[in-house]
Design a protein around this ligand. Structure first.
Ligand code: SAH
Length: 394
Protein backbone atom coordinates (compact mmCIF):
# COMPACT_ATOMS: atom_id res chain seq x y z
CA UNK A 1 0.00 0.00 0.00
CA UNK A 2 1.23 3.47 -0.88
CA UNK A 3 2.53 5.50 1.99
CA UNK A 4 0.16 8.26 3.09
CA UNK A 5 1.29 11.85 2.68
CA UNK A 6 2.29 13.51 5.96
CA UNK A 7 1.02 16.99 6.69
CA UNK A 8 2.98 18.96 9.28
CA UNK A 9 1.18 21.84 10.95
CA UNK A 10 2.67 25.18 11.91
CA UNK A 11 3.48 25.52 15.58
CA UNK A 12 0.34 26.36 17.59
CA UNK A 13 -2.01 25.31 14.78
CA UNK A 14 -2.54 21.88 16.35
CA UNK A 15 -4.70 23.29 19.17
CA UNK A 16 -8.07 22.87 17.46
CA UNK A 17 -7.25 19.27 16.49
CA UNK A 18 -6.29 18.49 20.06
CA UNK A 19 -9.80 19.63 20.94
CA UNK A 20 -11.15 17.24 18.27
CA UNK A 21 -12.28 19.89 15.77
CA UNK A 22 -12.42 17.90 12.52
CA UNK A 23 -11.07 20.45 10.02
CA UNK A 24 -7.53 21.48 9.06
CA UNK A 25 -7.44 24.82 7.25
CA UNK A 26 -4.90 25.25 4.48
CA UNK A 27 -3.30 28.20 6.31
CA UNK A 28 -2.35 25.93 9.23
CA UNK A 29 -0.08 23.75 7.10
CA UNK A 30 3.71 24.15 7.33
CA UNK A 31 4.80 21.42 4.95
CA UNK A 32 3.81 18.17 3.30
CA UNK A 33 5.81 15.05 2.53
CA UNK A 34 4.32 14.73 -0.95
CA UNK A 35 1.66 15.91 -3.29
CA UNK A 36 -1.67 14.27 -2.42
CA UNK A 37 -4.46 13.98 -4.97
CA UNK A 38 -7.86 15.31 -3.95
CA UNK A 39 -9.65 12.70 -1.85
CA UNK A 40 -6.45 10.91 -0.73
CA UNK A 41 -6.09 9.89 2.90
CA UNK A 42 -3.43 11.99 4.64
CA UNK A 43 -1.88 11.93 8.13
CA UNK A 44 -1.63 15.13 10.11
CA UNK A 45 1.21 15.79 12.58
CA UNK A 46 2.09 18.69 14.84
CA UNK A 47 5.28 20.69 14.43
CA UNK A 48 7.14 18.32 16.75
CA UNK A 49 6.17 15.23 14.81
CA UNK A 50 3.34 13.96 17.04
CA UNK A 51 0.49 12.28 15.19
CA UNK A 52 -2.80 14.22 15.37
CA UNK A 53 -5.29 12.85 12.87
CA UNK A 54 -6.03 11.09 9.60
CA UNK A 55 -8.47 12.45 7.05
CA UNK A 56 -9.42 13.22 3.45
CA UNK A 57 -7.33 15.76 1.57
CA UNK A 58 -8.78 18.55 -0.58
CA UNK A 59 -6.92 21.46 -2.19
CA UNK A 60 -9.26 24.03 -0.67
CA UNK A 61 -9.57 26.21 2.40
CA UNK A 62 -10.66 23.17 4.43
CA UNK A 63 -7.63 21.09 3.45
CA UNK A 64 -8.26 18.01 5.60
CA UNK A 65 -11.56 16.65 6.86
CA UNK A 66 -10.66 14.45 9.79
CA UNK A 67 -11.96 10.89 9.97
CA UNK A 68 -10.10 9.80 13.09
CA UNK A 69 -7.85 11.24 15.76
CA UNK A 70 -6.35 7.80 16.26
CA UNK A 71 -3.64 6.22 14.16
CA UNK A 72 -5.97 3.90 12.24
CA UNK A 73 -6.43 2.91 8.63
CA UNK A 74 -9.76 4.27 7.40
CA UNK A 75 -10.62 1.24 5.29
CA UNK A 76 -14.03 -0.18 4.46
CA UNK A 77 -14.42 -1.82 7.87
CA UNK A 78 -13.65 1.55 9.50
CA UNK A 79 -16.47 3.19 7.52
CA UNK A 80 -18.78 0.27 8.15
CA UNK A 81 -18.28 0.71 11.88
CA UNK A 82 -19.01 4.47 11.75
CA UNK A 83 -22.12 3.96 9.63
CA UNK A 84 -23.35 1.23 11.92
CA UNK A 85 -22.90 3.54 14.91
CA UNK A 86 -24.90 6.27 13.15
CA UNK A 87 -27.70 3.76 12.56
CA UNK A 88 -27.59 2.40 16.12
CA UNK A 89 -27.86 5.99 17.38
CA UNK A 90 -30.97 6.63 15.27
CA UNK A 91 -32.52 3.37 16.38
CA UNK A 92 -31.88 4.37 19.99
CA UNK A 93 -33.78 7.64 19.55
CA UNK A 94 -36.76 5.85 18.04
CA UNK A 95 -36.40 6.73 14.40
CA UNK A 96 -36.63 3.20 13.00
CA UNK A 97 -39.84 1.16 13.12
CA UNK A 98 -41.71 4.33 13.96
CA UNK A 99 -45.27 4.42 12.58
CA UNK A 100 -45.35 8.22 12.69
CA UNK A 101 -41.98 8.96 11.07
CA UNK A 102 -40.22 7.18 8.21
CA UNK A 103 -38.20 10.10 6.86
CA UNK A 104 -35.03 11.20 8.64
CA UNK A 105 -31.34 11.89 8.23
CA UNK A 106 -29.26 8.75 8.52
CA UNK A 107 -25.79 10.33 8.39
CA UNK A 108 -25.08 13.95 9.18
CA UNK A 109 -21.46 14.63 8.17
CA UNK A 110 -19.35 15.93 11.05
CA UNK A 111 -22.25 15.30 13.45
CA UNK A 112 -21.73 11.56 12.87
CA UNK A 113 -17.94 11.69 12.55
CA UNK A 114 -18.10 11.40 8.75
CA UNK A 115 -17.26 14.87 7.42
CA UNK A 116 -18.36 15.22 3.80
CA UNK A 117 -21.06 12.53 3.84
CA UNK A 118 -24.82 13.12 4.05
CA UNK A 119 -27.40 10.34 3.80
CA UNK A 120 -31.14 10.89 4.07
CA UNK A 121 -33.65 8.08 4.47
CA UNK A 122 -37.03 8.19 2.75
CA UNK A 123 -39.12 5.19 3.72
CA UNK A 124 -36.70 2.60 2.35
CA UNK A 125 -34.73 4.74 -0.10
CA UNK A 126 -31.39 6.30 0.89
CA UNK A 127 -30.25 9.47 -0.88
CA UNK A 128 -26.51 10.12 -0.56
CA UNK A 129 -24.84 13.49 -1.01
CA UNK A 130 -21.08 13.58 -1.01
CA UNK A 131 -19.31 16.86 -0.35
CA UNK A 132 -15.80 15.50 -0.75
CA UNK A 133 -13.91 13.48 -3.33
CA UNK A 134 -12.70 11.23 -0.54
CA UNK A 135 -16.24 9.92 -0.06
CA UNK A 136 -17.10 10.13 -3.75
CA UNK A 137 -14.37 7.60 -4.53
CA UNK A 138 -15.91 5.04 -2.19
CA UNK A 139 -19.57 5.74 -2.96
CA UNK A 140 -20.36 2.22 -4.10
CA UNK A 141 -18.85 0.84 -0.89
CA UNK A 142 -20.96 3.26 1.15
CA UNK A 143 -24.08 2.08 -0.71
CA UNK A 144 -23.20 -1.59 -0.11
CA UNK A 145 -22.56 -0.97 3.58
CA UNK A 146 -25.95 0.75 3.94
CA UNK A 147 -27.74 -2.09 2.21
CA UNK A 148 -25.84 -4.72 4.18
CA UNK A 149 -26.64 -3.16 7.56
CA UNK A 150 -30.22 -2.09 6.84
CA UNK A 151 -31.16 -5.28 4.94
CA UNK A 152 -34.89 -5.21 4.10
CA UNK A 153 -35.26 -1.68 5.46
CA UNK A 154 -33.62 -0.39 2.29
CA UNK A 155 -34.62 -1.00 -1.34
CA UNK A 156 -32.64 1.64 -3.24
CA UNK A 157 -29.65 3.95 -2.84
CA UNK A 158 -29.42 7.08 -5.01
CA UNK A 159 -26.29 9.19 -5.35
CA UNK A 160 -27.27 12.86 -5.69
CA UNK A 161 -23.86 14.49 -5.56
CA UNK A 162 -24.01 16.40 -8.85
CA UNK A 163 -24.50 19.71 -7.07
CA UNK A 164 -22.43 19.07 -3.96
CA UNK A 165 -19.07 17.77 -5.21
CA UNK A 166 -16.56 20.68 -5.15
CA UNK A 167 -16.29 22.38 -8.60
CA UNK A 168 -12.53 22.68 -8.35
CA UNK A 169 -12.11 18.90 -8.30
CA UNK A 170 -12.88 18.73 -12.02
CA UNK A 171 -15.03 15.67 -11.33
CA UNK A 172 -18.55 16.07 -12.66
CA UNK A 173 -20.62 13.26 -11.27
CA UNK A 174 -24.01 12.35 -12.68
CA UNK A 175 -26.78 11.58 -10.25
CA UNK A 176 -27.50 7.87 -10.38
CA UNK A 177 -28.88 4.88 -8.54
CA UNK A 178 -26.13 2.82 -6.93
CA UNK A 179 -28.57 0.15 -5.79
CA UNK A 180 -32.11 -0.51 -7.06
CA UNK A 181 -34.27 2.27 -8.48
CA UNK A 182 -37.27 4.27 -7.32
CA UNK A 183 -38.01 7.83 -8.34
CA UNK A 184 -40.39 9.04 -5.67
CA UNK A 185 -42.15 7.99 -2.50
CA UNK A 186 -44.85 8.98 -0.10
CA UNK A 187 -43.32 9.36 3.32
CA UNK A 188 -44.80 9.95 6.75
CA UNK A 189 -43.63 12.70 9.08
CA UNK A 190 -45.36 12.99 12.44
CA UNK A 191 -48.32 11.23 10.85
CA UNK A 192 -48.57 13.63 7.86
CA UNK A 193 -47.99 12.40 4.31
CA UNK A 194 -45.54 14.00 1.90
CA UNK A 195 -44.71 13.15 -1.68
CA UNK A 196 -40.95 13.29 -2.15
CA UNK A 197 -39.27 13.49 -5.53
CA UNK A 198 -35.53 13.23 -4.84
CA UNK A 199 -34.66 13.29 -8.53
CA UNK A 200 -36.03 16.75 -9.33
CA UNK A 201 -36.42 18.15 -5.80
CA UNK A 202 -34.13 20.55 -3.93
CA UNK A 203 -31.42 19.10 -1.68
CA UNK A 204 -32.21 15.41 -1.21
CA UNK A 205 -35.92 16.11 -1.77
CA UNK A 206 -37.23 17.40 1.54
CA UNK A 207 -36.20 19.71 4.36
CA UNK A 208 -36.14 16.98 6.98
CA UNK A 209 -34.45 19.27 9.48
CA UNK A 210 -37.67 21.19 10.18
CA UNK A 211 -39.59 18.18 11.53
CA UNK A 212 -39.71 19.28 15.18
CA UNK A 213 -40.24 22.94 14.36
CA UNK A 214 -43.24 22.00 12.20
CA UNK A 215 -44.62 20.05 15.15
CA UNK A 216 -44.17 23.11 17.36
CA UNK A 217 -45.94 25.25 14.75
CA UNK A 218 -48.93 22.92 14.84
CA UNK A 219 -49.53 23.91 18.46
CA UNK A 220 -49.93 27.60 17.54
CA UNK A 221 -52.14 27.45 14.46
CA UNK A 222 -55.65 26.93 15.82
CA UNK A 223 -58.04 29.42 14.26
CA UNK A 224 -55.19 31.55 12.91
CA UNK A 225 -54.56 32.97 9.46
CA UNK A 226 -51.19 31.53 8.48
CA UNK A 227 -48.67 32.70 5.89
CA UNK A 228 -45.93 30.19 5.01
CA UNK A 229 -43.18 32.10 3.22
CA UNK A 230 -40.56 30.10 1.28
CA UNK A 231 -42.94 27.17 1.53
CA UNK A 232 -41.22 24.69 -0.85
CA UNK A 233 -43.06 21.34 -0.44
CA UNK A 234 -45.51 22.98 1.96
CA UNK A 235 -44.07 21.27 5.03
CA UNK A 236 -45.20 23.95 7.48
CA UNK A 237 -48.46 24.46 5.56
CA UNK A 238 -49.50 20.82 5.95
CA UNK A 239 -49.07 21.01 9.73
CA UNK A 240 -50.79 24.40 9.93
CA UNK A 241 -53.81 23.11 8.00
CA UNK A 242 -54.67 20.80 10.86
CA UNK A 243 -56.66 23.56 12.51
CA UNK A 244 -55.85 26.98 11.03
CA UNK A 245 -58.57 29.25 9.62
CA UNK A 246 -56.59 29.64 6.40
CA UNK A 247 -53.09 28.88 5.14
CA UNK A 248 -51.27 30.66 2.30
CA UNK A 249 -48.08 29.20 0.86
CA UNK A 250 -45.64 31.49 -0.98
CA UNK A 251 -42.64 30.40 -3.06
CA UNK A 252 -40.95 31.89 -6.11
CA UNK A 253 -40.62 28.46 -7.74
CA UNK A 254 -43.52 26.91 -9.66
CA UNK A 255 -42.48 23.26 -9.08
CA UNK A 256 -42.35 24.07 -5.35
CA UNK A 257 -45.88 25.49 -5.41
CA UNK A 258 -47.14 22.43 -7.27
CA UNK A 259 -45.55 20.13 -4.69
CA UNK A 260 -47.06 22.13 -1.84
CA UNK A 261 -50.53 21.89 -3.43
CA UNK A 262 -50.08 18.18 -3.95
CA UNK A 263 -49.09 17.63 -0.33
CA UNK A 264 -52.08 19.59 0.94
CA UNK A 265 -54.34 17.42 -1.27
CA UNK A 266 -52.65 14.28 -0.02
CA UNK A 267 -53.54 15.12 3.57
CA UNK A 268 -56.78 17.11 3.29
CA UNK A 269 -58.21 16.52 -0.19
CA UNK A 270 -59.65 19.66 -1.76
CA UNK A 271 -59.69 22.25 0.98
CA UNK A 272 -60.52 25.90 0.31
CA UNK A 273 -58.61 27.05 3.38
CA UNK A 274 -55.35 26.63 1.45
CA UNK A 275 -54.03 28.78 -1.40
CA UNK A 276 -50.58 29.10 -2.98
CA UNK A 277 -48.86 32.02 -4.63
CA UNK A 278 -45.86 31.94 -6.91
CA UNK A 279 -44.22 35.27 -6.19
CA UNK A 280 -41.06 36.80 -4.73
CA UNK A 281 -41.22 36.84 -0.94
CA UNK A 282 -40.17 40.45 -0.56
CA UNK A 283 -42.84 41.62 -3.05
CA UNK A 284 -45.53 39.62 -1.34
CA UNK A 285 -44.69 40.93 2.13
CA UNK A 286 -45.19 44.54 0.96
CA UNK A 287 -48.93 44.11 0.56
CA UNK A 288 -50.20 42.14 3.52
CA UNK A 289 -50.68 44.68 6.31
CA UNK A 290 -52.61 43.05 9.19
CA UNK A 291 -53.72 40.17 6.99
CA UNK A 292 -52.04 37.32 8.88
CA UNK A 293 -51.61 36.42 12.51
CA UNK A 294 -48.95 33.76 12.02
CA UNK A 295 -46.05 34.06 9.57
CA UNK A 296 -43.31 31.51 8.85
CA UNK A 297 -40.05 32.80 7.37
CA UNK A 298 -37.81 29.92 6.27
CA UNK A 299 -35.61 31.39 3.52
CA UNK A 300 -32.79 29.57 1.71
CA UNK A 301 -29.30 30.08 3.15
CA UNK A 302 -28.48 33.76 2.58
CA UNK A 303 -24.76 33.16 3.18
CA UNK A 304 -22.79 30.18 1.94
CA UNK A 305 -19.41 31.73 2.81
CA UNK A 306 -18.02 33.92 5.53
CA UNK A 307 -17.14 36.74 3.13
CA UNK A 308 -20.81 37.39 2.40
CA UNK A 309 -21.85 37.22 6.05
CA UNK A 310 -22.58 40.94 6.40
CA UNK A 311 -24.92 40.85 3.39
CA UNK A 312 -26.66 37.80 4.75
CA UNK A 313 -27.29 39.45 8.11
CA UNK A 314 -28.73 42.45 6.28
CA UNK A 315 -30.95 40.08 4.30
CA UNK A 316 -32.34 38.48 7.48
CA UNK A 317 -32.89 41.91 8.97
CA UNK A 318 -34.77 43.21 5.91
CA UNK A 319 -36.96 40.13 5.72
CA UNK A 320 -37.82 40.20 9.41
CA UNK A 321 -38.54 43.95 9.36
CA UNK A 322 -41.20 43.33 6.72
CA UNK A 323 -42.85 40.49 8.60
CA UNK A 324 -42.76 42.28 11.97
CA UNK A 325 -44.19 45.44 10.38
CA UNK A 326 -46.99 43.66 8.60
CA UNK A 327 -48.22 41.05 11.06
CA UNK A 328 -51.46 41.60 12.96
CA UNK A 329 -51.11 42.81 16.56
CA UNK A 330 -50.75 39.72 18.75
CA UNK A 331 -49.29 37.76 15.84
CA UNK A 332 -46.61 35.09 15.96
CA UNK A 333 -43.60 34.72 13.67
CA UNK A 334 -41.53 31.57 13.18
CA UNK A 335 -38.27 32.90 11.74
CA UNK A 336 -35.28 30.79 10.67
CA UNK A 337 -31.75 30.83 9.33
CA UNK A 338 -30.11 27.74 7.88
CA UNK A 339 -26.81 29.46 6.94
CA UNK A 340 -23.96 27.65 8.62
CA UNK A 341 -21.83 30.80 8.85
CA UNK A 342 -24.57 32.74 10.65
CA UNK A 343 -24.30 31.93 14.35
CA UNK A 344 -27.28 31.71 16.65
CA UNK A 345 -26.17 34.94 18.28
CA UNK A 346 -25.79 36.78 14.97
CA UNK A 347 -29.19 35.62 13.82
CA UNK A 348 -30.80 36.77 17.03
CA UNK A 349 -29.09 40.14 16.63
CA UNK A 350 -30.55 40.46 13.11
CA UNK A 351 -34.05 39.79 14.41
CA UNK A 352 -33.43 42.18 17.30
CA UNK A 353 -32.30 44.88 14.83
CA UNK A 354 -35.40 44.20 12.73
CA UNK A 355 -37.69 44.50 15.75
CA UNK A 356 -36.00 47.72 16.88
CA UNK A 357 -36.48 49.13 13.40
CA UNK A 358 -40.24 48.66 13.65
CA UNK A 359 -40.50 49.77 17.28
CA UNK A 360 -43.05 47.04 18.08
CA UNK A 361 -42.93 45.04 21.31
CA UNK A 362 -41.50 41.60 20.63
CA UNK A 363 -41.29 38.64 23.00
CA UNK A 364 -39.25 35.51 22.32
CA UNK A 365 -41.38 32.40 22.92
CA UNK A 366 -39.02 29.67 21.71
CA UNK A 367 -35.52 29.23 20.37
CA UNK A 368 -35.48 26.52 17.76
CA UNK A 369 -32.77 24.26 16.44
CA UNK A 370 -32.26 21.12 14.37
CA UNK A 371 -33.63 17.69 15.35
CA UNK A 372 -31.47 14.89 16.82
CA UNK A 373 -31.07 13.07 13.49
CA UNK A 374 -29.00 16.16 12.53
CA UNK A 375 -26.75 15.88 15.59
CA UNK A 376 -24.31 18.62 16.52
CA UNK A 377 -20.78 17.38 17.09
CA UNK A 378 -19.84 19.11 20.35
CA UNK A 379 -16.30 19.66 19.03
CA UNK A 380 -17.59 21.22 15.80
CA UNK A 381 -19.93 24.10 16.60
CA UNK A 382 -20.38 24.70 12.86
CA UNK A 383 -22.56 21.59 12.64
CA UNK A 384 -25.28 23.56 14.44
CA UNK A 385 -26.55 25.32 11.32
CA UNK A 386 -30.32 25.62 11.78
CA UNK A 387 -31.57 28.21 14.22
CA UNK A 388 -34.88 29.89 14.64
CA UNK A 389 -36.96 32.06 16.92
CA UNK A 390 -40.64 32.08 17.64
CA UNK A 391 -41.63 35.63 18.46
CA UNK A 392 -44.86 37.28 19.58
CA UNK A 393 -45.42 40.75 18.15
CA UNK A 394 -47.68 43.11 20.10
N1 SAH B 1 -39.75 25.86 4.45
C1 SAH B 1 -39.44 24.83 3.50
C2 SAH B 1 -38.04 24.91 2.98
C3 SAH B 1 -37.70 26.22 2.34
S1 SAH B 1 -36.40 26.12 1.19
C4 SAH B 1 -39.74 23.47 4.10
O1 SAH B 1 -40.11 23.36 5.27
O2 SAH B 1 -39.60 22.48 3.38
C5 SAH B 1 -36.41 27.70 0.52
C6 SAH B 1 -37.48 27.95 -0.52
O3 SAH B 1 -37.45 29.35 -0.80
C7 SAH B 1 -37.26 27.27 -1.87
O4 SAH B 1 -38.39 26.48 -2.19
C8 SAH B 1 -37.10 28.40 -2.89
O5 SAH B 1 -37.76 28.14 -4.12
C9 SAH B 1 -37.76 29.55 -2.16
N2 SAH B 1 -37.26 30.90 -2.51
C10 SAH B 1 -35.97 31.28 -2.69
N3 SAH B 1 -35.90 32.62 -2.88
C11 SAH B 1 -37.18 33.09 -2.81
C12 SAH B 1 -37.76 34.38 -2.92
N4 SAH B 1 -37.01 35.47 -3.14
N5 SAH B 1 -39.10 34.49 -2.79
C13 SAH B 1 -39.88 33.40 -2.56
N6 SAH B 1 -39.37 32.17 -2.45
C14 SAH B 1 -38.05 31.99 -2.58
Amino acid sequence: MQERVKIILKSGKEQSLRRFHPWVFSGAIKKMSGNPAEGDLVDVYDNKGTFLAVGHWAPSSIAVRVLSFEQVIPDISFFRDKIEKAIIYRKSIGLFDNRQINVFRLIHGEGDGLPGLIVDYYNGVAIIQMHSIGFYRIRTDIASILSEILKDKITAVYDKSEGTIPHMSGITPANEFLIGASDSAIVTENGYKFKIDWITGQKTGFFIDQRENRKLLETYTEGRTVLNMFGYTGGFSVYAMKNAALVHTVDSSLPAIELANENIRLNYGKDKRHESFQIDAFDYLNHIKDQYDLIILDPPAFAKHNNVLANALQGYKRLNIKAIEQIKPGGIIFTFSCSQVVTRENFRKSVFAAAANTGRNVRILHQMSQPPDHPVNIYHPESEYLKGLVIYVE
